[in-house]
Design a binder for this molecule. Structure first.
Ligand code: WT7
Length: 648
């Protein structure tokens, strides 16, 4: 156990955990004291209903308080004399592209963006869509929204024009902040072209976006090559750079929305997960401090993009609320070669590295020499997030990456939870490779069986959470009913996570993956229904059914069974496979690229017409020996047919 850690023993963890459940107000109230409040909270501290039997679900923390997250993440540190502290070491995609931004410079940057947004009429409560690469201007833009009370919706700059358009149509922003292009690896991607396509789509659907602000990212693409629409587009450097560096903060009610972030569900279009101010601030900041055992001289690097919740809670908000110094990286850990991540560790003397199992597996594959040629002696702690970490990857990360010196915090959480929920604390928790271990303070998990009964002790079942925590999502943007239905209706009185888990005899949690129709591809959620919908767009596709299968690098891959329109022979021409894959990439984005297209003259269906996905999952996993009962199929011969078409 490490000496001097914030939480330095199991006894201390147990005591604080108990207190956090017995007296949440005392526990979180004490933590809240270290932030700035324009107005203090009143009674009750927490006003929540987590039980649909008792009425609509509602979650309110620090009732009556007013604060501002940007003030707490930036101004507070500058005013405390830390203006010269580095906030970001920025590393570009290509070697020798880097810069350094201090907290004072972030403050200037944020105020300029905020002033510009105000100048074009963005007000408290208005939506702003952000579609940008990992450059310092991205977290700064998020903080600028927070400063003036605008609600940001960051869309990962890897999603397609269609996906971006869908998110824009849902939140109807006054302005889109984007950049000319991004480089992730060898080839530049023109973000502006994608934004233009999305804007056109929105116009066709009747929503005109008045302003598109384009950051001229000349390292990725020459300005002269960027498509530019006069009357709509403005260059960031022209309109934001000249703005004044002072901008008053807007004091926000504790429960006003802070941001929306879209994530895939098991049905329908992506859900706009909505988080609010004060509770999210406490949750993201406190987990950052304790889980990464933050120290002032740390150099922290989270490899996630701000387009995902990890980048919201553990790049923009958690670290900055703690005044941390961090590295942000525009590129990918395998470019120009698989040593890049470790090169950055040495270059910036990184102490804490937070990444995903999929990245670890892709590095393992390239061989240890890319790692061992760097010293990595600055590292003291490693983190993992996004999917269960398999024991081989855990062992390699621990032994090779961290030289057997650095504990690994395997953090289980979700877009919806806003903060780490089940995670080790490095000074207090004895690790077990592959287990996210124990609940964070204030988090009360439970394991349910199929009938929704709570299981005691050692158990396997559905993971649910029994009581609200500060940074719990508040609603789904514009659809509180879907929010209640998705998370609270199935097991009344609990928040349903959508994950399966096992609890061992020591009370440790082992996450076993999604139990709904969501595929976890490289730590990102892809709804099977979304991929099916995308395939359906192709005129040759009559029906599609998508299931996960185990993938060496991605964790799970996307396996699509496709039935073609009448008149096609099986297997059809190879070009059709390419067209279908291209269709999914176009409609959703490259992250949803199907790994396998399996031609299916028929799909296994029940007599009532429901696709039996259980059978498809078995076929996708090459486990057809254990198909189970197929007697309820309307046409049992389709299984044989499918097996004959494997690999065709
Ligand atoms: C889903 C949430 C939250 C950050 C990134 C993903 C899976 C996440 C772990 C972990 C096992 C994990 C779960 C969860 N997941 N972290 N440490 N161990 N599974 O956020 O896109 O909202 O996905 O990711 O299945 O439900 P997300």
């Amino acid at each position: 156990m490490s000496k001097g850690a914030h939480i330095s023993s199991r006894e201390q963890y147990d005591k604080l955990y108990r207190q956090s459940l017995d007296d949440p107000e005392a526990f979180w109230g004490d933590i809240a004291e270290s932030f700035h409040w324009h107005k203090r909270w009143e009674k009750p501290f927490c006003r929540c209903n987590f039980d649909m039997n008792k009425g609509p679900i509602s979650i309110e923390w620090l009732v009556g308080a007013q604060t501002n997250l940007c003030y707490n993440a930036v101004d507070r540190h500058v005013e405390a004399g830390h203006g010269d502290r580095v906030a970001f070491y920025w590393e570009g995609n290509d070697l020798n592209q880097d810069s350094k931004v201090t907290y004072r410079q972030v403050q200037d940057m944020v105020c300029k963006i905020a002033n510009y947004l105000k100048s074009i009429g963005v007000k408290k409560g208005d939506d702003v869509t952000i579609y940008m690469p990992m450059i310092p201007e991205l977290p700064a833009a998020m903080l600028a929204c927070a400063r003036i009370g605008a609600v940001h919706s960051v869309v990962f700059a890897g999603f397609s024009a269609d996906s971006l358009a869908g998110r824009i149509m849902d939140s109807r922003p006054h302005v889109i902040l984007t950049a000319s292009a991004v480089k992730r690896g060898a080839k530049p991607i023109s973000l502006k072209t994608i934004v233009d396509d999305a804007v056109t789509k929105c116009e066709e659907e009747g929503h005109k976006i008045p302003f598109v602000v384009v950051f001229d990212h000349s390292l990725a693409q020459k300005r002269s090559e960027v498509p530019f629409t006069s009357g709509q587009d403005v260059w960031w450097q022209d309109v934001i750079d000249p703005q004044p560096i002072e901008c008053d903060v807007e004091w926000m009610d504790a429960e006003a929305p802070l941001f929306k972030l879209y994530t895939s569900g098991s049905t329908g279009k992506p859900k706009g997960v909505q988080h609010s101010q004060a509770g999210y601030m406490l949750g993201s900041a406190t987990t950052f401090k304790y889980v990464f055992d933050h120290r002032p001289d740390d150099v922290y690097w989270c490899t996630a993009d701000c387009g995902w919740i990890t980048g919201h809670s553990y790049v923009t908000y958690g670290p900055m609320l703690n005044g941390a110094t961090q590295v942000i990286f525009e590129g990918i850990p395998t470019y120009p070669d698989a040593g890049r991540a470790w090169d950055l560790v040495d270059k910036y003397k990184i102490t804490v590295l937070y990444t995903a199992p999929t990245a670890i597996r892709s590095l393992i594959q390239k061989g240890d020499s890319f790692v061992t040629k760097y010293s990595r002696k600055s590292l003291r702690l490693l983190g993992s997030v996004g999917e269960p970490i398999n024991p081989e990857a855990w062992k390699w990360y621990y032994e090779v990456g961290g030289d057997k010196r650095c504990p690994i915090v395997d953090t289980w959480w979700q877009t919806e939870t806003g903060m780490h929920m089940i995670t080790p604390l490095p000074g207090a928790t004895t690790l077990k490779p592959g287990s996210a271990t124990l609940p964070f303070f204030g988090v009360e998990p439970a394991v349910l069986n199929d009938q929704g009964q709570e299981l005691e002790g050692e158990a396997e079942g559905y993971l649910v959470i029994k009581r609200p925590w500060p940074s719990c999502m508040r609603t789904l943007a514009g659809d509180h009913e879907r929010f209640e239905k998705t998370y609270f209706e199935i097991y009344k009185g609990y928040y349903f996570t959508g994950d399966g888990c096992r609890r061992d005899k020591d009370g440790y949690y082992w996450l076993t993956g999604r139990v709904d129709d969501v595929i976890n591809v490289s730590g990102h959620r892809i709804g099977t229904a979304e991929v099916e919908g995308a395939l359906d767009n192709h005129p040759a596709c009559a029906e599609a059914a998508v299931v996960p299968f185990a993938h060496d690098i991605k964790g799970q891959g996307i396996y699509a069974f496709v039935t073609l329109m009448d008149g096609y022979d099986y297997p059809p021409d190879e070009s059709l496979r390419k067209e279908l894959v291209a269709m999914v990439r176009k409609v959703i984005g490259p992250i949803a690229t199907p790994d396998v297209i399996h031609w299916a003259p028929g799909l296994p269906k029940t007599r009532s017409g429901k696709i039996m996905r259980r059978i498809l999952r078995k076929i996708a996993s090459k486990e057809e020996d254990s198909l189970g009962d197929t007697s309820t199929l309307a046409d049992p011969s389709v299984v044989e047919q499918l097996l004959n078409l494997r690999g065709k």
